[in-house]
Structures are given as C-alpha cells and as structure tokens.
Design a protein around this ligand. Structure first.
Ligand SMILES: [Zn+2]
Length: 389
C-alpha cells in the first residue's frame, strides 16, 4: 500500500481517529515493516472538521521496522561495557549509537554499566581512559546529535558498595565518574530539577515527564537517599507532570539466569515497589540483568533491559537464547500509555513479546509480562515457584 500524506489525511477524515490508531497499532504489533507515514488523530479530536489533526509518522533507521512516533520518544540502552578496563565497545554498541539519531528520539536513557570498572586492580589512569573511550564512542556522538542523555550509575561505573568501616569500596571510581560527569564539556543536556547529588542520584523533567534516577549500583539504597526519592516523587513538580519514570541499575526482581540471587536485585523490593506505585511512577527502568523483559507488578511497569554490550543472558523460565537489545518507547501523554518497540540488535528484528515468558518467578518475587494480568494466569502458572538457575 502506497499512499501519500494527503490521501492519508482523507482516510483519517473518513475512517476516524480510532480506526487509524488501531491500524497504526496493528502495524506496530505485527512486527512487519509499516507504511510511512501513518496518520493518527489525537485522542481529544472528535472529528476532522472540528479539530486539527495530529500527524504521527513511523520513524526508524532505514531498513528497520518503524514504529509510529509517540508524543515523546525515548530510546533506552543499557550495559554497554566489555571486559574490565576496556576502552572500546562491541560492534552492536557502535552500530546503535550511529543509528540512534535516525529514530529521532527526544531523549536517550541508559541503565548503567557504561564503562568496565569495579576491579581493584584498575589504576586512576586506566579508569580515566575508560571514561575517555565512553566519551569518544558514546557521549560525544549523542551530544553532537543534540540528544539529552539520562543515565543511572551501574556497579561497573561507580559501585556504591560499602566496606566494613562504612566507606565506599570503590571511592576512587566514584570520584572519577563524578569528575567526568561534572565536567562542563560532558554536559548531558538534561533539564535538571535537582542535581545536588548528580551523577549518583538526581531528577529532571522533560516534555511533561518527570524522571527520578537513583543509585541502584548495589542492592542497598541508603535510607537518606530513599527519603530524598520519596520527597522528590511527592513534590508538586513530580506530581504535576503527566508521567513519572524512575531509573536504576538493579531491578526490583530477578529476571535473568545467573542474576537470581541477593545482591543482584534491590533489597526491600516490595517496599520500593509500593513507594513507586504510591507516587504513580509509570515505569521503573533497570539494567544489570542483561536480559530483556517487559513486565509489570501491579500497576508499576518494569522495563528490564538486555545488554547492548557484552554478555547478554538468558531469561529465567525461558529457553530463548540470549540477545542484545535497544528499546524505543513511544509515549502517549494523553492516555499515559507507552508502547515498546525492542530490537534484537544482532538481527535488527523487532522482538515479539508473545515469544517471551508470560511470567518470571525469581527468588524474591514474580513479574508478569506487560500484557498479562493476574486473572490471565492458569492454575499451573499461579502456583509456579522459583527454580534456581
Ligand atoms: Zn551491572
């Protein structure tokens, strides 16, 4: 089907917004290449005659499946690093960074592990060389594309692990990460609300979405930081935004083989999840597990990213082979709905969510796939228990 923009507008007038939105959604979920452009009406517009049409276009790098752009488009990448001390990245990272501008996102988010530290043998010069490599291959190209970069610190960037004496075990790595990020030449172009503890924990707001980033580089978020997070989420700024998104390196619950133990997930997940839900956080985005799983627990959506760099892992409760991912989130601010288009960055195909497990049961709790509700679970699924990987 090949229609020009005018024909699409005529089609919009006759078929109505709902039909076209459905069409667009069908194109998106089918996983096939969609026609471009696609026109949809905004949810508020009852008819073409009364209101202006909102034109939404399917956009992606050439040759890839193109999702229809939302009011806000977010590209999410995570776990970029290679072996300890590495100053370069695997091919998929280079390819993704080159492609990102062609999705025309409003912002790029990263789930942490941007460099490969957390080894006591790395010298200051070696750690600085890693951040220089990160800047050269990742941050600088995104700055040149004028893309804001929101990120959370991972255990390999600047671990928050604390020793018996109460001090940071990787204090030097934390100092060097802070020095890199606070250098004005490395400005991530974020509209900060609170940057007092940047780059470890901070908030920013962009296009009516409030973002909270916390330091989940270890399983324990300190009480003073949690109190800060609660104040930030309760603030008039956060509550006045159309949507709230939280980002941290460790997830609330385990989803990946080899990451299903204490220390690899946040402690007190129930309490943290309840706090995020209380303040109407739409989605918590995490890295560290190196396995893609779009999930939810209650009303809180949980986007578990795979690694874009080395070492993708298999999911628990699944026989799928591991793969590297990049996720495009298209946000509809009116309905507060998000639509994920996740690419397997080794094949450049869109991940079909139906091939993923309907639920994942970890040692501290279970996560349902985004499209599955508790009432959808079979008797066997309801009683499914955790099996160590
Ligand atoms: Zn990690």
């Amino acid at each position: 089907m090949s229609l020009n923009r005018r024909q699409f507008l005529i089609l919009a007038g006759t078929a109505g917004g709902a039909g076209l939105a459905f069409l667009a959604h069908q194109a998106l979920t089918a996983g096939s290449r969609s026609p471009s452009p696609v026109v949809a009406t905004s949810p508020e517009s009852p008819s073409l005659a009364e209101t202006t049409q909102v034109v939404k276009t399917a956009i992606a790098p050439k040759g890839l499946f193109a999702p229809v752009r939302g009011d806000v488009r977010i590209v999410v990448i995570s776990d970029l690093n290679s072996a300890y001390g590495s100053t370069d990245y695997e091919a998929e990272v280079h390819q993704a960074i080159a492609m990102i501008p062609d999705w025309q996102p409003d912002i790029v988010l990263a789930g942490g592990d941007m460099v490969a530290g957390q080894s006591p043998s790395l010298s200051t010069a070696e750690i600085q060389a890693m951040w220089a490599g990160f800047d050269r291959y990742i941050a600088a190209p995104l700055r040149q594309a004028k893309l804001p970069f929101g990120f959370t610190i991972g255990n390999h960037d600047a671990s928050g692990a604390v020793g018996l004496q109460g001090g940071f075990l990787f204090a030097n790595e934390r100092d060097l990460a802070a020095a890199y990020w606070n250098d004005p030449r490395h400005d991530p172009r974020l509209p900060f609300v609170d940057r007092a503890k940047f780059p470890f924990y901070y908030t920013f707001q962009q296009q009516d979405i409030f973002y909270l980033v916390w330091d989940a580089s270890t399983s324990q978020i300190p009480p003073d930081q949690l109190a800060w997070a609660e104040r930030a989420l309760a603030s008039a700024t956060a509550q006045g935004a159309k949507m709230r998104i939280a980002i941290g390196h460790l997830p609330l619950y385990a989803v990946a083989v080899g990451r299903d133990s204490a220390g690899e997930v946040l402690a007190n997940a129930e309490q943290l999840g309840a706090m995020l839900e209380k303040y109407k956080v739409h989605t918590y985005i995490s890295g560290h597990h190196h396995a893609y799983f779009p999930g939810h627990r209650g009303k809180l959506e949980l986007l578990h990213t795979s690694a874009l760099g080395s070492g993708p892992r298999p999911l628990l409760n699944s026989s799928l082979p591991p793969y590297k991912t990049l996720t495009v989130i298209d946000v509809d601010l009116g309905s507060e709905l998000t639509l994920y288009t996740t690419y397997n960055m080794q094949t450049l195909q869109v991940v079909d969510h139906k091939t993923l497990p309907r639920l994942i049961v970890g040692p501290t709790g279970r996560v349902l796939r985004l499209d599955i509700q508790e009432s959808d679970l079979t008797a066997a699924e309801q009683t499914l228990t955790y099996t160590p990987s």
